[in-house]
Design a binder for this molecule. Structure first.
Ligand code: NAD
Length: 295
């Protein structure tokens, strides 16, 4: 069992931290919000009052923070991780951040003698709680092998995507696909309804035909066919419009820096931005179904 520093105990991090403690690791937990630290202690972790105390003696430092600027600040500020951790500690950032930000963090950390991995996740809060996250990991093979047992205590599918930043690259491309496919699925259900097919009938056919996709079979945006989908719960998240918009903007930035054409990704960004402007940013991203129906 290992000593692990865990920084960022929000919707995702709190559950990941609890799973590490349950697996028998010593987990030092830190968040700017003291209540989140108290909750982590109740779930089996040790309270840390600051980053220095959190990383003391840690073999792994895991961060699960809102965005790239938080990761850079937690890593590189004078009271941050690199100023206080032992350089043998492996730094694993599980936040979703820009590919360029992940690569620059890895380079800066390497220059200071630290090993890093970018390891964003897919699966959402339910998978974080159940310990069934999918990890997409960028970094050296040896560091990936070292992290694998720890990541396995929080997830089910652990993929090595290549060198630093490739985990974020996989995450950003995957979530762009998800954002587009949810709009496409909503359009298809709306068209079918306007042509006289009820949602159940169309689902039964299309889920066994070539239109089948995750947005349809696991997360159907039309109420009815998939009982667990947010469509049956007033589009409560789930995965909020605000989160999807963040990920699509990361995809746009990544595409711009790589000169990759993403016309549908750009259109998807505009669509979710419209939902955001309509005050729907806290709703599940599958609420795009309502937006399409109302046009
Ligand atoms: P969240 O806002 O619930 O949690 C972030 C936590 O970080 C908060 O508790 C906040 O207090 C803490 N924090 C911020 N700055 C800090 C600092 N300087 N030091 C210590 N703690 C600090 O966010 P979340 O939903 O847990 O998401 C975390 C990351 O995971 C994001 O990058 C998100 O894009 C990604 N993600 C989220 C989901 C999801 O469904 N929620 C799914 C996949 C990936």
């Amino acid at each position: 069992m290992s000593t692990i520093a865990f920084i960022g105990l929000g919707n995702m991090g709190s559950n990941m931290c609890a799973n590490l403690a349950n697996a028998g690791h010593r987990v030092n937990a830190f968040d700017l919000n003291p209540q989140s630290v108290a909750d982590a202690v109740a779930a089996g972790a040790q309270a840390a009052v600051d980053i220095a105390k959190c990383v003391a003696g840690a073999e792994f430092v895991i961060t699960m923070l809102p965005a790239g600027k938080h990761v850079h600040s937690v890593y590189f500020d004078t009271d941050g991780v690199l100023a206080n951790a032992d350089s043998t500690a492996l730094l694993i950032d599980c936040s979703t951040i820009a590919v360029d930000e992940a690569r620059s963090a890895a380079e800066q950390a390497k220059a200071q003698g630290f090993r890093t991995l970018d390891a964003p996740v897919s699966g959402g809060v339910a998978a974080a709680k159940a310990g069934t996250l999918t990890f997409m990991v960028g970094g050296d093979e040896t560091d990936f092998s070292r992290a694998n047992p720890v990541l396995s205590d929080m997830g089910q599918n652990i993929f090595h995507a290549g060198p630093s930043g490739n985990g974020q690259a996989a995450k950003t491309a995957n979530n762009m696909l998800l954002g587009i496919s949810m709009i496409a699925t909503s359009e298809a259900f709306n068209l079918a309804a306007k042509l006289g097919l009820d949602a159940e009938t169309f689902f039964n056919i299309s889920s066994k035909a070539s239109g089948q996709c995750w947005s349809m079979t696991s997360y159907c945006p039309a109420p009815g066919p998939v009982p667990t989908s947010p469509a049956n719960n007033h589009y409560e998240p789930g995965f909020a419009v605000a989160m999807m918009l963040k990920d699509l903007r990361l995809a746009q930035d990544a595409a711009a820096s790589a000169s990759a054409a993403i016309p549908f990704g750009e259109q998807a960004e505009r669509t979710y931005a419209l939902l955001d402007e309509q005050g729907l940013n806290g709703k599940d991203f599958s609420v795009v179904m309502r937006h399409i129906e109302n046009q």
